[in-house]
Design a protein around this ligand. Structure first.
Ligand code: HEC
Ligand code: HEC
Length: 327
């Protein structure tokens, strides 16, 4: 009995030491295989008036079926590949991007969403740049005159206001992420990874030169993606699309808003909680059915997502609620 107690004690101590170690090393350092320019204009991302966000010839749009909610911001995603290189398929998830790839994500608000001609207020442009097989992270905060943006690695809080599609005045305390915030969400097995452009999330029809085309096919036609039979790739449902079932929509919401932290290879502090919100994980292994009440509660209270937004995603939460009620 005595021996048993002391070995339990020893195990407990070992556990405490191990967890406190991974607690302190749960954040991964930002890679520094490149030096970022001070100004966004160093990257020649746009042509013409930068506020129009018209990509220059080297950059291609990326559209996603489902995306991450961030304070009702609009987003534009772009990619630039080095000349004569291409993206290559690994599985249905994140493909391999060549060294030199630049991924761009710009956050903005229409001043009045009912009339986009009234202009936009661009807040920040985030970059992921791959060099020496590592993804470097940085964000650039746009100036008031909207002519350029400046490198900002230690975060920023700013009040942002806009008029929404129903004509209501909205405002939010918008948080530009710190470098550590970037690597918190973008980590997978302790390395920085892109999160949006999985093959299944890009496998949708898009409009290019006034024609409707499958986005993977479009990239293949341009030689930017290796050749494979794209109709074999599944599509991640758009969680706003009511033609999908409520369980597909609920699971797609978790995939894009929760799974980057809550998966076995995500942020250790989150992964330890045992949830696996990835779309492809069988429901019985997600802990969603057992923890419906808790999941509902942490979203409604604003406790989750842990970082990344400062306001409740009302429309997204409604989908989650319907989904949890259906289980
Ligand atoms: C709250 C989690 C979170 C934080 C913090 C975060 N990201 Fe992301 N990021 C995501 C998710 C999820 C996506 C994919 C979904 C989307 O784009 O809507 C994404 C997309 C991107 C993209 C487009 C390519 C891709 O991976 O999909 C870039 C570039 C990017 N993030 C850079 C950054 C940088 C740089 C920072 C820090 C300044 C940062 N992100 C902070 C979660 C986050
Ligand atoms: C940026 C990373 C991140 C994102 C995104 C995120 N979480 Fe979390 N989550 C955490 C961390 C870290 C904890 C542990 C917090 C703590 O221990 O204080 C946690 C804890 C939880 C818990 C409580 C677990 C428990 O048993 O105490 C639930 C439930 C949860 N998250 C659900 C969600 C849901 C649902 C989403 C998406 C809407 C989400 N999380 C998005 C990082 C994240």
């Amino acid at each position: 009995m005595r021996l048993q107690n002391s070995s339990i004690m020893l195990l407990y101590l070992l556990f405490a030491v191990l967890t406190s170690c991974s607690e302190s090393t749960g954040y991964i350092p930002a890679p520094d295989t490149i030096t970022f320019g001070q100004k966004l204009s160093d990257y020649n991302i746009y042509q013409g008036n930068p506020n129009n966000l018209t990509p220059s010839a080297d950059y291609e749009l990326i559209e996603l079926s489902s995306s991450l909610f961030v304070n009702y911001a609009e987003k534009q995603r772009l990619i630039k590949l080095p000349a004569n290189t291409q993206i290559t398929k690994i599985d249905n998830g994140t493909p391999n991007f060549p060294n030199g790839t630049i991924l761009v994500k710009t956050f903005y608000y229409y001043k009045d969403k009912r009339d986009q001609n009234l202009g936009k207020n661009i807040i920040e442009t985030r970059l992921l740049i791959k060099e020496a097989d590592m993804w470097n992270v940085a964000t650039y905060v746009w100036n008031a005159s909207q002519t350029d943006a400046t490198l900002k690695l230690d975060g920023l809080s700013k009040n942002v206001s806009w008029i929404d599609a129903n004509g209501a005045s909205k405002s939010v305390n918008y948080k530009v992420p710190t470098e550590r915030d970037c690597t918190t969400c973008h980590q997978n097995s302790s390395t920085v990874k892109p999160l949006g452009p999985t093959l299944m999330n890009m496998n949708i029809n898009v409009s290019r030169s006034n024609k409707t085309i499958n986005q993977l096919q479009y990239f293949q036609n341009k030689g930017l993606l290796n050749s494979f039979d794209h109709p074999q790739i599944p599509t991640l449902p758009n969680y706003f699309d009511p033609s999908y079932s409520i369980s597909e929509r609920g699971r797609a919401y978790f995939e894009m808003n929760c799974a980057h932290c809550h998966n076995p290879a995500g942020l250790p502090k989150a992964a330890r909680k045992g949830y696996d919100f990835r779309y492809t994980t069988p429901l019985s292994q997600t802990r969603i059915p057992q923890k419906k009440g808790k999941i509902d509660n942490v979203i409604r209270s604003g406790e989750m997502p842990w970082i990344g937004t400062t306001t409740l995603d009302v429309e997204g939460y409604n989908i989650v609620k319907q989904y949890l009620n259906s289980l």
